[in-house]
Write a protein that binds this ligand. Structure first.
Ligand code: SF4
Ligand code: SF4
Length: 67
């Protein structure tokens, strides 16, 4: 089994909020107005946020898990 995780490069994030608006699960908040923070419990790994980010600072990581 595998699971997708979202990784945000905080140094590149412009805190524009585009990813947060796009996320169908409301899993992204702009933490203290500084950077996008993802709630892993809500995220389903769809990748919409990564495609939306104008700064290209969101990465989807595929992690293999033992079943
Ligand atoms: S991968 Fe999908 S569900 Fe997860 S934070 Fe991005 S848009 Fe939301
Ligand atoms: S879309 Fe990109 S630059 Fe904008 S808040 Fe989200 S991660 Fe940061």
């Amino acid at each position: 089994m595998s699971k997708r995780f979202v990784r945000v490069n905080k140094n590149l994030c412009a805190s524009c909020g585009a990813c947060s608006k796009e996320c169908p699960r409301n899993a992204i908040n702009i933490f203290r107005g500084c950077y996008a923070a993802v709630d892993e419990k809500l995220c389903v790994g769809c990748g919409l946020c990564a495609r939306t980010c104008p700064a290209g600072c969101i990465e989807i990581i595929l992690v293999e898990e033992d079943s």
